[in-house]
Design a protein around this ligand. Structure first.
Ligand SMILES: Cc1ncc(COP(=O)(O)O)c(C=O)c1O
Length: 473
């Protein structure tokens, strides 16, 4: 008899039916993107976490002679775990830049086509369908589809919010007590929790976990026999503060259950190159990952080019990293200053490509529906930023804004926000946000674009942000 039902299995239907938390509107900006010359009325994307500040430097390095030699073996099938030569360079690189206690072992590195593939594969091999993993909210929202589409594994949210309880030094602060509470709640609901996922430096908060908290989290996971997946994809995108990688800790309570992710998308400003890695000491986990790695492999020539790139620590230390940090810090300051002039508070950030900003006063009601309304109004005014619910934030009204773009675009973004919020205020009969001029006015683009600033100037930029108490709640 003819089957008139779906062509898909129930798994296929689940995958096809996944729309993302924001549904169909999510990729509006893709259909009508702002282009200065060809589509100036298009939607300005300050929502996608891409670093557009360093193309000149990366391009210069990637096009040096010798980078693209194509050895015959690169056209053959290769080790699914990643080329040995590439894994050796990754191990050396992570030993150096993550300040590992001991030299890392190339055999413990698995290479895939991006950290999303790593997250999807890891959750699929560590958890069974319907198992859960603890993850503090807000968090990088793609962790959900990464773990759900393949493995049908689900998040158990550790809900953080902006209210600060006794002993807490910042909003959205993670504590082991909150992990314990979420664990208890999961067991009441009959969810078997298999892992803890942490993102450090954090997306979307832009902050860094202190080493003592990391250790406490690892001890907590060990007490419950949980795997820890720690995503350090923003490890080198730190512009204000000190980052401690899990690699740098003197002791791991459960090395076989600790899996550390890093990739090229953010720290080397190349999300199009699609390369991510995981470092895991467990041979069993690597064996399982390698079975999936053959579906998530990364082209040999790409691995070769990246080997040359990370081998060159002289270039990384003296050219790329200083310029990248300087540009991130400048762009962050421009965006934060602009937001402050619209009276939009911003959480203090130390790393990443974005800030986490408080738009609660612009919501008609403190609900996620009102957050979506505001988001659509901003899209209507041609500026796309990411609403908190894309990160499973428990409190409506927070948005993530990406600053790693040209000065012109950031300034245009501020103008469009002002326009949109002004229209809202006008409708509500409230004060219209205005950009304050005078001493506080935004730096001129040409000053900001220059790479010639001294560390004193940089410090001034950072201090300005501090002094204005933008981040103080
Ligand atoms: C925390 C985090 N992990 C992973 C990814 C995805 O990385 P990739 O481009 O390597 O797949 C992102 C991208 O935004 C991210 O923010």
């Amino acid at each position: 008899m003819e089957n008139k039902g779906s062509l898909l299995s129930s798994r296929g239907a689940r995958i096809a039916g996944y729309e993302g938390i924001l549904g169909k509107g999510f990729d509006m900006y893709v259909k009508d993107p702002y282009e200065q010359d060809t589509n100036p009325q298009g939607i300005l994307n300050l929502g996608t976490s891409e670093n557009k500040l360093c193309y000149d430097i990366i391009h210069g390095r990637l096009t040096r002679p010798g980078m693209n030699s194509l050895a015959p073996h690169l056209l053959q099938y290769s080790n699914v775990q990643g080329l040995e030569s590439f894994r050796e360079e990754i191990a050396k690189f992570l030993t150096e830049y993550a300040r590992a206690q001991n030299p890392l072992d190339p055999e413990h590195v698995v290479v895939m086509n991006g950290c999303c593939s790593v997250l999807a594969s890891l959750t699929a091999v560590l958890c069974d369908s319907e198992d859960g993993y603890l993850i503090p909210t807000p968090y990088y929202g793609s962790v959900y589809p990464d773990s759900w589409l393949y493995g049908k594994v689900r998040p158990v949210h550790v809900q953080l919010d902006s209210k600060m309880s006794d002993g807490e030094s910042r909003p959205f602060m993670l504590t082991v007590k909150k992990l314990e509470d979420a664990m208890t709640e999961a067991s009441k609901q009959g969810i078997r929790v298999r892992a803890l996922i942490l993102i450090n430096p954090h997306n979307p908060l832009g902050d860094i976990y202190p080493a003592h908290l990391l250790k406490e989290c690892l001890d907590f996971a060990h007490r419950y026999g949980l795997h820890v997946i720690i995503d350090e994809i923003y490890m080198l995108s730190v512009y204000d503060g000190t980052f401690a990688s899990v690699h740098s800790l003197d002791r791991l309570p459960d090395p076989e259950r600790t899996h550390i992710i890093w990739g090229f998308s953010k720290d080397f400003a190349m999300c199009g190159i699609r390369v991510g890695t995981v470092y895991t000491q467990s041979q069993e986990v690597r064996k399982a990952l390698n079975q999936l790695a053959c579906f998530h492999g990364c082209a040999g020539p790409v691995q070769q080019v990246l080997s040359h790139l990370i081998w060159d620590q002289e270039w990384i230390n003296n050219t790329f990293l200083p310029a990248n940090r300087r540009r991130l810090l400048k762009s962050r300051s421009i965006l934060v200053n602009g937001l402050q002039k619209l009276n939009i508070p911003v959480l203090k950030s130390s790393a990443g490509l974005f800030v986490w900003a408080d738009f609660r006063k612009f919501l008609k009601t403190q609900t996620f529906e009102a957050e979506m309304d505001l988001w659509w109004k901003l899209i209507h005014e041609k500026v796309y930023i990411s609403p908190g619910q894309a990160f499973y934030c428990s409190e409506p009204g927070w948005f993530r804004l990406v600053f790693s773009d040209t000065v012109n675009k950031i300034q245009l973004g501020i103008e469009r926000l002002q326009q949109a919020l002004g229209m809202l205020a006008a409708c509500d009969g409230e004060d219209i946000p205005t950009l304050v001029s005078g001493e506080d006015s935004m730096p001129e683009p040409e000053n900001i674009d220059s790479d010639s600033d001294t560390s004193d100037e940089l410090k001034d930029l950072a201090d300005t942000t501090q002094l204005k108490k933008i981040a103080v709640y």
